[in-house]
Write a protein that binds this ligand. Sequence first.
Ligand SMILES: C[S@@+](CC[C@H](N)C(=O)[O-])C[C@H]1O[C@@H](n2cnc3c(N)ncnc32)[C@H](O)[C@@H]1O
Length: 267
Amino acid sequence: MEPRTSHENLLTDNPALYEARFPDADRLAGRWAEDCLRRHGAGNRVLDLGCGTGRDAAHLHAAGRTVVAADLSDAMLAHARTHHPGPDYLRADLRGFDLPHEPFDAVVCLDSALLYCHTNAELDGFLASCRRSLAPGGLLVAEMRNGAYFLGRTDLLDTPAVNGFTWQGTAYTSTTTLSLDRTAQLLRRTRIWTADDGTAPHEQRSAWRLLFPQELRRLLAAHGFETLDLYDGPGPRTAPAWQEGAAPGTSADRDRLHLVARLTGLG
Ligand SMILES: C[S@@+](CC[C@H](N)C(=O)[O-])C[C@H]1O[C@@H](n2cnc3c(N)ncnc32)[C@H](O)[C@@H]1O
């Protein structure tokens, strides 16, 4: 059966399926973010951008923070409001936003959500919006793929990654192929989903911007941010994974990047 192609995202359209496919029972991502906020003395008001299912936002809320969480997916927001209550969930586009609850003491942007800014103009839109919505000295905490990983390495590109899991009695298989668009600095992803419930295979395409560490530092500086930490691990999605008390690394070579930057207003 030929797969149907769609730019919609089976996972963001089915948040419960997203959590089943990418479980984080220990709330590592939320705990890592909270640890960054504490370590750098952030105030209480936090904005989680590209909040997805809301599990990290809810963790920050449970840690005592006042959290606004925003996403572009109505399905994600509906799921978050029901399953991870506490934060104020809003629809907003991270590539340019203006939210009612500003100013914030920190913006959090996890699991490569920042890399949905594909073009330089979109990255400028994101950082200009962060700058506008943060209080002086506010923090940007982000966790994402590392563009530099792809310099000289092809292991993630050579072989499609096949993952299988069962959710609500249906066995799903995803076959994910990554390719580089060097001109646009995009990592393009084609994912074919099959399920054993008789539905037709479903093909999805998406892409992430590939940002290099020094490029990111320059971009942040241009928008008035000082980079405090920029390292490949340990983090919530690294192996070995981050644990409470683990110090930030000093290299930016592996496949994830972890960023903490402070708004200084210069630049
Ligand atoms: C990989 S998920 C990460 C979700 C969550 N931060 C986490 O770590 O579990 C990326 C999220 O970004 C959202 N997203 C994609 N493009 C966006 C945009 N332009 N503005 C706001 N959210 C966006 C998607 O709907 C999705 O929920």
